[in-house]
Design a protein around this ligand. Structure first.
Ligand code: ZN
Length: 161
């Protein structure tokens, strides 16, 4: 089977990128909104969720704040298919998802009956650019299967379409 893709709409990527730059040298993150296309996940929005305790290598996605951000987005969303599809956060240094990152996405996926995505946007200071790391997590009966997912940046927002 082909590697699952996480397809990032233009606005979703821009939101993550802005949040990363603003939060440096701390981590920041939030929830992903979009829909599934077979094994692939299409992300139309990356909603920031503030973590008052964020540090250089630490971001905890606050549940109540995340629900609030998600609900207020979905209230005004024009696409009826859009919903929660995963989590994202930034790394202020060039580093892929950590063991803790993988454990937390497994914990979330174990509660949900559909594949979800984790996107880590890592800042590479030497290049002055970002690296995108994607992981997809899917519950199969009692277990959660983690797979590396290829992040694809789309030139469009993919809203309403
Ligand atoms: Zn991380």
């Amino acid at each position: 089977m082909a590697e699952p893709q996480i397809r990032l709409g233009r606005a979703a990527f821009a939101s993550m990128y802005e949040t990363l730059r603003t939060a440096l040298p701390k981590e920041a993150g939030g929830v992903l909104v979009g829909w599934r296309d077979g094994a692939h996940i299409v992300v139309v929005a990356a909603l920031p969720v503030a973590d008052v305790g964020a540090r250089t290598a630490h971001y905890v996605r606050r549940h109540a704040a995340a629900s609030e951000a998600l609900n207020s987005y979905l209230e005004t969303a024009t696409d009826p298919l859009a919903g929660y599809v995963g989590e994202w956060h930034t790394h202020p240094v060039s580093a892929p998802p950590s063991q803790t990152d993988k454990e937390s996405i497994v914990a979330v996926a174990s509660q949900i009956d559909a594949p979800i995505a984790l996107v880590v946007l890592a800042w590479d200071r030497t290049r002055g650019d970002v690296d995108l790391h994607g992981v997809s997590a899917r519950r199969m009966e009692e277990r959660v299967i983690l797979a590396l997912a290829h992040c694809v940046r789309l030139e469009v927002n993919c809203v309403d379409g």
